[in-house]
Design a protein around this ligand. Structure first.
Ligand code: NAP
Length: 285
């Protein structure tokens, strides 16, 4: 019989709970000091069941952390111009400190135009070009929440990044691209892979750290993982399945995130922390 080792789990629920507790304490202190509670506006176009669930989950977590939420539900046939007008109005409303436009907004919406209508100081989901630029140049601004959560998770498990080879699979504006920039800022050597990448497995096998951000169930198999690598699976597909084949990857990796319970809880915790930070900035002075 051959001995098999299994990876240690990078559970996100513990670090997320600690960040939420810290955030709740900051929200309470701000409310005591200013008489105003931090407020997150959630904007949802249409009624896609998964999006409705995500928004509800965010509102529930807000309530638990002492953050008010204001929901704006718009009909599925809302135009880009109408959505932009709503986001501009929220951007100017002093009672709203953070704005979240639930993605995807719908195939007929120019989502980039909608995101850009969010004022950078209220862009707590880190989706505007301004936020991306600030993050890429290491300036002040809000990181996209899932990448920010991934970095906090890696830090919570003391994963060394300087000089390590990080392979990011996926290059979306909200996830793949920004997480690669944040890894680069921590002195990792970063390779981006995407749908046109040739020889994905060879790239993956040379990685010390793998970040899967694809949206294809079990695309990455244990054979693609170098023994002792760190595997972060941000993928979330139907049936609670990630982008990594957990059962085979867990035998190769040193550390691996579960799905669910890995990256997901960190994303919401970062959203709430950034909402309180935005409110602190807007209510200062
Ligand atoms: P997306 O916008 O659809 O981007 C997917 C990326 O994967 C694209 O860059 C695409 O390449 C690449 N890709 C597609 N097929 C590939 C293949 N066979 N090999 C290599 N790369 C491939 O998705 P996203 O919004 O970034 O989300 C990715 C996943 O993360 C989804 O499962 C989503 O549910 C999950 N997610 C989780 C959280 C969380 O909080 N846990 C938050 C956000 C997203 P091209 O650019 O060439 O098309």
């Amino acid at each position: 019989m051959t001995a098999t080792t299994t990876a240690r789990l990078m559970d996100g629920t513990g670090p997320a709970r600690r960040l939420l507790d810290e955030t709740a304490a900051r929200a309470a202190a701000l409310t005591r000091r200013t008489g105003v509670a931090p407020c997150l506006a959630t904007v949802l176009v249409g009624s896609d069941p998964a999006s409705v669930t995500y928004v509800r989950m965010k509102q529930r977590r807000c309530a638990q952390a002492g953050i008010e939420s204001r929901h704006v539900g718009l009909p599925a046939q809302t135009t880009t111009a109408e959505l932009v007008a709503v986001l501009r109005e929220l951007s100017q409303d002093p009672g709203v400190h953070g704005i979240l436009l639930q993605h995807p907004a719908g195939p007929h919406i120019d989502e980039r135009a909608a995101f850009e209508a969010i004022a950078p100081h209220k862009d707590v989901d880190g989706v505007t070009t301004h936020s991306f630029g600030a993050m890429a140049f290491g300036g002040p601004g809000f990181a996209s929440c899932t990448p920010g959560g991934i970095m906090r998770l890696l830090d919570a498990y003391d994963v060394e990044l300087a000089g390590k080879h990080a392979v990011v699979v996926g290059r979306s504006a909200i996830l793949g691209k920004p997480v690669g920039m944040l890894l680069l800022a921590r002195d990792a050597t970063v390779t981006y892979c995407h749908s046109r990448t040739a020889g994905l497995s060879a790239h993956l096998r040379s990685a010390d750290v793998v970040v899967a951000a694809v949206g294809r169930p079990r695309l990455i198999h244990g054979d693609d993982i170098a023994p002792g690598a760190v595997v972060v699976d941000a993928g979330y597909n139907a049936g609670n399945v990630g982008d990594v084949d957990f059962d085979s990857a867990v035998r190769r990796a040193r550390l691996i995130t579960p799905v669910p319970g890995g990256v997901g809880p960190m994303t919401i915790a970062v959203l709430l922390a950034q909402t309180v930070q935005a409110a602190e900035g807007q209510l200062a002075g």
